[in-house]
Design a protein around this ligand. Structure first.
Ligand SMILES: Cc1cc2nc3c(=O)[nH]c(=O)nc-3n(C[C@H](O)[C@H](O)[C@H](O)COP(=O)(O)OP(=O)(O)OC[C@H]3O[C@@H](n4cnc5c(N)ncnc54)[C@H](O)[C@@H]3O)c2cc1C
Length: 504
């Protein structure tokens, strides 16, 4: 296909979901994905391969700004994108996240539309990703017009106990909404799924969910190993006229009517910044009249917290079934928000080894075998100086963390809570820059072309046939996992494209 109606760049949550939303429309659609499908090999359930040897990590290095160190990012390039490795927590932003909210470190901006406008798209995304969950447990839960279609993934015994212990403190632990078919996952190997590659059907990710639906349409084709280098604008700059990509060492060009860029928040910004700008754009790149492309990079401030009781083994296999939002809207004392607490997948000695180099393996195994492993997640606020930049072929990251007071507060209160629940040892460690898993904000949507590259339907204000639909459009990071919100907006944008671009 050299002149398809639509090209979608990337097959992650954004790209695959919008493809599924456009399936059956009659439009000819070409998807360009730089990665290949993940092969099913024994590495997929081997914690040494994944976490110590970095078997699945990309071959590329990014650089920290200001001459900082090069690092190998945990950003995955396969069909299905980062979702092949995700924890499959498919949670809605809370209603309050759509309005501006004061945090300890500043103000989180509002979305250009309300939760009520977006709610039906969350329901559709939950159906598409076959989310398992239950309503009524979480005090911050927003209105759901359609209940979850499947019961939540069950707590294992040590987690059922942790749930009761937290309830005993007067807190409100709730089941995580998950895109996991637990029986299928465990049949393929007795491990957790968080950060493990999904080479089977156990997780509903971008590939096993929406991409499969999309590719049932004969008009939708996926090309892999297709690395998009840059976009070309028409001479008047009003449209994107071509996409230039490299495949098998050959430079290729495709000229669609409509372009949907879904390469992930970092790489979509990189592609736009690398593209030559027509005229004398001051900021450079495409879709960048606002000079906001690559800026406002956010990634959550998060820590792993291990609650250890040396007298009790935690023999959970997958563990990841609980969350706690008691400190999401306030610190519990009438102060500003702290964040979300949820379980990590069960950690083992190899996973600890990847972060703690000098302890003996038996000590790490003991610690992992007696810990319940939690993930504390706090909102990162947009800052124009928190940026993704390009320098020749290099990707340069200048992540300015914000709002760290929330993470400090959440760490303190959860340490006290776990001690009160009977875990005498509570250790925590923040995740670092090499883990841009919740990257967002770099091509944000908004009402004003002076301050946002995209309109509220993710259409570029500058080029009317360009949409950007991935974590980049998010105007704030909230303090929950982003995938469901990206998917819901992808379905909403697909509907908008059908109504505005594909009517005869
Ligand atoms: C270990 C881990 C655990 C996570 N757990 C959760 C979770 O539990 N819940 C949740 O909501 N989120 C989770 N996330 C985050 C979630 O996976 C991402 O938010 C989501 O997948 C982002 O989707 P996307 O479409 O924005 O981008 P991506 O998933 O990054 O997809 C972009 C796609 O574009 C392709 N691409 C990139 N550059 C090019 C190019 N130049 N040419 C062609 N193709 C290109 C990539 O290969 C990729 O397939 C997790 C992430 C990780 C890494």
């Amino acid at each position: 296909m050299t002149h398809p109606d639509i090209v979608i760049i990337g097959s992650g949550i954004g790209g695959a979901t919008i493809a599924s939303g456009l399936a059956g429309s009659g439009a000819s659609i070409l998807m360009l994905e730089r990665g290949e499908p993940l092969p099913a090999t024994p590495h997929a359930r081997d914690t040494r391969s994944i976490f110590v040897d970095g078997h699945y990590r990309p071959k590329e290095m990014w650089r920290e700004a200001g001459g900082g160190a090069a690092f190998n990012p945990g950003n995955y390039y396969y069909v299905g994108g980062n979702s092949k490795f995700y924890g499959a927590v498919l949670i809605r932003y809370r209603k309050e996240d759509f309005s501006s909210m004061e945090h300890f470190g500043g103000v989180s901006p509002a979305w250009p539309f309300s939760y009520d406008t977006f709610e039906p798209w969350y329901s559709k995304a939950e159906q598409l990703f076959r989310v398992r969950g239950t309503l009524g447990e979480d005090p911050t839960e927003p209105f759901h017009s359609i209940p979850y279609a499947f019961k939540p993934v069950p707590d294992e015994a040590p987690i059922a106990r942790a749930r009761a212990e937290l309830r005993g403190l007067g807190l409100h632990p709730a089941s995580l909404p998950l895109g996991v078919d637990i029986d299928t996952w465990l049949k393929e190997g007795k491990t957790g799924w968080d950060a493990f590659p999904n080479t089977g059907q156990g997780k509903v990710d971008a590939q096993t969910g929406p991409l499969t639906t999309a590719l049932n349409d004969q008009n939708i084709k996926l090309e892999t190993g297709a690395y998009v280098e840059y976009l070309e604008a028409s001479p008047d700059g009003k449209t994107i006229s071509a996409i230039h990509y490299r495949q098998n060492g050959e430079l290729k060009k495709v000229t669609p009517k409509l372009v949907i860029l879904s390469a992930g928040a970092v790489n979509s910004a990189v592609i736009l910044l690398r593209s030559p700008s027509p005229g004398n754009s001051k900021a450079g790149g495409l879709a960048n009249r606002s000079d906001q492309v690559g800026r406002n990079f956010m990634n959550h401030n998060s820590s792993a917290m291990l609650a250890i009781d040396p007298r009790r083994r935690n023999d959970a296999v997958y563990q990841k079934t609980l969350m706690l939002n008691d400190y999401y809207l306030s610190d519990g004392k009438g102060g500003k928000p702290l964040g979300n607490v949820q379980l990590l997948g069960k950690i083992d000695g190899n996973m600890l080894r990847a972060n703690v180099k000098f302890a003996p393996k038996f000590a790490l195994d003991f610690m992992a075998g007696h810990a319940i492993d939690w993930y504390l997640m706090c909102e990162d606020l947009p800052d124009p100086e928190s940026r993704i930049m390009v320098d020749g072929k290099d990707i340069v990251m200048q992540w300015r963390r914000s709002n760290m007071q929330s993470l400090d507060g959440l760490t303190k209160v959860m340490r006290e809570n776990f001690r009160a629940c009977g875990y005498p040892i509570v250790l925590s460690r923040p995740f670092d820059k090499r883990t841009p898993s919740h990257q967002c904000g770099t091509v944000r949507m908004g009402d004003d072309p002076a301050t946002a590259p995209l309109d509220p339907f993710c259409r570029s204000f500058d080029h009317q046939n360009l949409f950007v639909v991935d974590g980049g459009f998010l105007p704030n990071s909230a303090a929950v996992n982003p995938a469901l919100s990206i998917a819901a907006q992808a379905l909403r944008v697909a509907d908008h494209i059908r109504k505005t671009e594909l009517t005869a």
